[in-house]
Design a protein around this ligand. Structure first.
Ligand code: MG
Length: 336
């Protein structure tokens, strides 16, 4: 390991996070499910197995347009379980609360957790609370874990991309990260920008009902679609080509990115899904996505090729080519 202390970048979800996990964490735990580096572990269990996932939330500020730390804590774990082709059922929730935190705000956060769980149809069945002295944590951190049941025998995985696959996204990118960033910095942004945080499990169930074989599903959260596509390119040992002209970005997010000097490809999403499927399945999946409230703007943004392996290449708006790497360093700490 190149560093002897943890940097903020080790929490970026990008290159340094992967280095930290691979070089420091994985050697201690020799579980195949960890080495797969998927969104959740698929465990042996009667039937088609059991899917298990966990995630912690430290977003700052804890409330922002369209959501809060509670909503993303429920939706995030619901989505990670869903990305494995499973139906999320039960969640746990752990709270680390700073002394002095407002009970009124806590009520608001819990209300949105309840609402997100109701929409997703999951139950929060076990939990934990800890309080630490003022300054020992910042306001509120939440961890959620969850279990779900696979909806098919053959499940999607980051290693499942195949040559010729099409890559579909369910709507515009970078909304969550830009919303949090703009709120944190107190920037006067277009008021229409809000987080895309959403439980995607019902959308995933519909997708799996119309296609027997989804190769990869992943939610492009921290590190944005650039980082997620790089993970998939490496896990699948394939090349991923994406087309800048096809990337859905709203004009509001686009101008916010320009003002802040940020690349939307690297900005976090909390309600987006990347689906890799055969060309034959694409029309059916697009049709079902377009009918869902979280997929109205779904479209194909790229394809999978064999060469150059493990690389992500962007065809730029003016017809050039750009190699897209994983997020390096830390662009936006505490984005989720
Ligand atoms: Mg994920």
């Amino acid at each position: 390991m190149k560093y002897d202390k943890i940097l903020l970048g080790h929490g970026s979800g990008g290159k340094l996070s992967h280095q930290l996990i691979e070089e420091v964490f994985l050697p201690y735990f020799s579980e195949d499910t960890l080495y797969k580096m998927d969104d959740a572990a698929v465990l042996e269990y009667p039937g088609n197995g059991l899917v298990f996932s966990t995630d912690s939330y430290v977003v700052d500020p804890i409330e922002f347009p369209g959501g809060d730390i509670g909503k993303i804590a429920v939706c995030g774990t619901v989505n990670d379980i869903s990305m494995m082709g499973a139906r999320p059922l039960f969640l746990s929730a752990g709270f680390i609360i700073e002394e002095g935190f407002s009970i009124e705000v806590l009520h608001r956060i819990l209300t949105s957790m309840k609402n997100a769980a109701l929409e997703a149809g999951v139950r929060i069945v076990t939990g934990d609370t800890k309080v630490v002295p003022r300054g020992a944590a910042d306001k509120l951190f939440i961890n959620t874990a969850g279990v779900g049941l696979p909806m098919a025998e053959k499940l999607p995985s980051g290693a499942g991309a195949k040559p010729g696959d099409q890559i579909i996204i369910n709507g515009p990118i970078a909304e969550h990260g830009i919303t949090v960033m703009a709120t944190r910095e107190g920037l006067e942004m277009d008021l229409s920008i809000k987080t895309d945080s959403a439980p995607l499990n019902h959308l995933v169930r519909e997708i799996m009902a119309v296609s027997g074989e989804i190769h990869v599903m992943r939610d492009p959260t921290r590190g944005g679609i650039a980082t997620t596509l790089n993970e998939i390119a490496r896990q699948s040992e394939m090349a991923i080509n994406i087309d800048e002209n096809q990337l859905p970005i709203t004009p509001e997010v686009s101008s916010a990115c320009e003002i802040l000097g940020l690349d939307p490809l690297y900005i976090a999403n909390e309600g987006k899904i990347l689906v890799f499927c055969s060309q034959d399945d694409t029309p059916r999946i697009l049709e079902i996505m377009h009918k869902n409230k979280y997929g109205g703007a779904a479209r194909v943004i790229g394809t999978v090729r064999e060469e150059p392996r493990r690389k992500v290449i962007l065809k730029t708006a003016i017809g050039g080519q750009r190699l897209i790497d994983m997020l390096a360093g830390e662009q936006l700490p505490r984005i989720c």
